[in-house]
Design a protein around this ligand. Structure first.
Ligand code: BEZ
Ligand code: FE
Length: 315
């Protein structure tokens, strides 16, 4: 009797091996009611299994992978997001940005990475103000341009959030107490969509290398640098938010950014003599941003103020 039951069960049981395991896992997840979650988890499972089969992953190697991911999580704080850094250095953040740009219904400025140093509460300043609050040896410049819609008409009262590293390649969060903000500001465009402010030319820098992602970069013999850049988040009522950055021509790492944020249309330069500068006698960095019409979904940000991610996980 017992033997018969065993034989019947064996006849019905799936033999789990390195090939049937994928189907078995997908079958069990088929009860997921959210269709998008179901699609994403099924694809993730298929690709993860294919990856393990392709490299013939050993238990020791997978344990190393789990240790690495654990260390990435342990490195995260309200001011440090090692998982975003991992996504950035694997090129995944830029890929997600490119997919996002492709979904826009109108032409717009290309996206680039938010990076780990964004803060959503930067000081609100007037056009022409400086974002420099600390003594600096940097080259003072006028940063200016226009925010337009896809037809080239100025977008008045658009919010322009800007943040950048200093002339040594450091962000305020890396140098001071987080309460002391420097080289960040939030501006509003004028009636023609114009913005202008004073700042300093930034220097390129190494991504944070004191964590598990830094260990990965060293193991891969990559240089770890980002070329000089200035970050922007630009938004206005009725438009899709543009999260981007401008990159400075001439930087030695302009074509080998460790996080793949540079694309040709976002490269600009410092001009010594610019007769169109709204602040005379200063070198300029000029760029016009284009906002596509609002999307029906999501803000389009890859990355966030790290304190928001930690807060969400904790709640
Ligand atoms: C940044 O631009 O600040 C950045 C972006 C990705 C990784 C590290 C830094
Ligand atoms: Fe940056």
């Amino acid at each position: 009797m017992t033997r018969d039951l065993t034989v019947t069960m064996e006849a019905h049981m799936r033999a789990i091996d390195e090939h049937t395991i994928t189907e078995a896992a997908l079958d069990q997840m088929a009860s997921t009611t959210d269709p998008r979650l179901k699609e994403i988890m099924a694809a993730l499972t298929r690709h993860l299994h294919d990856f393990a089969r392709e490299v013939d992953l050993t238990p020791e190697e997978w344990l190393e992978g789990i240790k690495f991911l654990t260390a990435v999580g342990q490195k995260c704080t309200a001011y440090r997001q090692e998982f975003i850094l991992l996504s950035d250095t694997l090129g995944l953040s830029s890929l997600v940005n490119a997919l996002h740009d492709r979904r826009a219904t109108e032409a717009g400025t290309k996206s680039s990475l938010v990076g780990p140093f964004y803060r959503q509460d930067s000081p609100v300043l007037k056009l022409g103000d400086t974002i420099v609050t600390k003594p600096t040896n940097g080259l003072e410049v006028c940063l200016y341009g226009r925010v337009t819609n896809s037809a080239g008409q100025g977008v008045p009262h658009a919010t322009v959030q800007v943040w950048q590293p200093d002339e040594t390649g450091n962000y305020d969060l890396q140098k001071h107490d987080p309460s002391e903000m420097d080289l960040r500001g939030t501006f509003r465009t004028d009636a023609d969509g114009r913005f202008y402010l004073r700042t300093i030319a930034p220097l390129g820098y190494m991504i944070p290398m004191d964590g598990p992602v830094g260990d990965m970069i060293r193991a891969q013999k990559r240089h770890g640098y980002r070329p000089a850049h200035i970050h922007f988040i630009i938004g206005a009522e009725g438009y899709r938010e543009v999260v981007t950055a401008l990159y400075l021509q001439g930087d030695e790492h302009i074509d080998s950014d460790t996080v793949f944020g540079v694309t040709a249309s976002l490269v600009t330069d410092v001009r010594k003599n610019d007769p169109s500068s709204p602040i005379p006698n200063l070198p300029t960095i000029k760029f016009d941003f284009q906002l596509p019409a609002a999307a029906a979904y999501g803000s389009g940000r890859v990355g966030a103020d790290p304190s928001q991610i930690v807060a969400k996980v904790a709640s």
